[in-house]
Design a binder for this molecule. Structure first.
Ligand SMILES: [Zn+2]
Ligand SMILES: [Zn+2]
Length: 317
């Protein structure tokens, strides 16, 4: 399911005072909650979400003296994602010195009233995370505000979910319809070097859905290659660890059919279909899964764009 964005114009955001500090990338995202009471009636009334997002912006600008809302994006129970500062802009909500490392995503739950995050809100947080990965160079980390900062944010319920690895509610709300086979993207997914993209993520999601242990992080590295080899062996394809059209189609076809694929009389190697010498190369074994080099965040020593204030999560008095 595509992200349901609420643009700044749509929620009536005030213009930022000044220019954002730019970020090339981050290590990931930190999850926040409001820290105050959230009226449980917001679950039945999205207009109340909009009002809350506006009041938080007012508090951050008029109370904290910040140039804008402190959050990169804000997720509501209706699986909508409000654009805050957005991708590639330094947030302010993580605390001084911690903003260049992670984007800040707020979920509209609090420490009283609406405390337990509804599924739609968890999905919206993950939609925001994926958006920030795709559009903002966010790395794979999903952490809580309290990681590395003295606060109870994002509250026990959201933090427990973060610690579980931030799973999709119901196990996979963002996956394509079963039976629909996405077209092979037209490039070989292989490693090394690490390849990134939505096509990688689409394939990884499908492999996870088939039960392989893989994280849909959009980066085709040693783990993805190992899963690919296992899958190819399972399907009696040439286990070269490269996702070409055969391997791609086998992955998606197996969702539509039952697991009794008969590979007889079809070519078993993607290389047979593709005149790409690299497909026939024998890549070095991924024995030692070298950690993926995370891009370095910009220096924390850079002049802070925001005054260092304490916990900015509480929208009201
Ligand atoms: Zn927070
Ligand atoms: Zn809403």
């Amino acid at each position: 399911m595509a992200i349901d964005l609420v643009s700044r114009a749509a929620w009536g955001a005030r213009a930022p005072r000044g220019s954002y500090s730019r970020l090339t990338s981050t290590r990931g995202v930190k999850v926040h909650y409001t820290g105050g009471r959230v009226d449980p009636a917001i679950v039945d009334d999205h207009a109340k979400c909009v009002a809350m997002v506006k009041s938080i912006q007012n508090f951050h600008m008029d109370g904290n003296g910040w140039m804008d809302t402190g959050y990169s994006m804000i997720a509501c129970p209706h699986r909508k994602v409000f654009v805050g500062r957005g991708p590639h802009n330094l947030p302010a909500a993580n605390g001084a010195g911690l903003n260049s490392g992670h984007y800040a995503v707020l979920g509209l739950v609090g420490n009283s009233g609406l405390v337990t995050p509804p599924d739609g809100l968890l999905d919206a947080i993950l939609d925001a995370v994926e958006y920030l990965r795709d559009k903002g160079g966010a790395g794979k980390e999903i952490k809580g505000h309290r990681d590395g900062y003295s606060t109870d944010c994002p509250g026990d319920a959201l933090y427990a979910w973060v610690r579980k690895g931030a799973p999709r509610p119901g196990g996979g709300g963002q996956q394509p319809d079963p039976g629909s086979t996405p077209k092979w993207p037209g490039r070989l997914l292989k490693y090394p070097p690490i390849m990134r993209g939505e096509d990688v993520r689409t394939w990884q999601r499908q492999m996870a859905r088939l039960g392989y242990a893989i994280e849909a992080d959009g980066a085709y590295g040693p783990k993805s290659k190992a899963v690919c080899v296992t899958f190819q062996k399972d399907r009696r394809l040439d286990p070269d660890g490269i996702v070409g059209p055969l391997t791609w189609n086998a992955a998606f076809a197996s969702a539509a059919r039952s697991a009794t694929a008969s590979p007889a009389a079809v070519p078993t190697s993607d290389a047979a279909l593709i005149a790409d010498p690299a497909a026939n190369a024998d890549p070095a074994p991924a024995a030692d899964a070298a950690p993926v080099a995370e891009p370095e965040a910009s220096s924390e020593a850079a002049p802070p764009a925001e005054p260092a204030r304490s916990e900015p999560d509480t929208p009201g008095a």
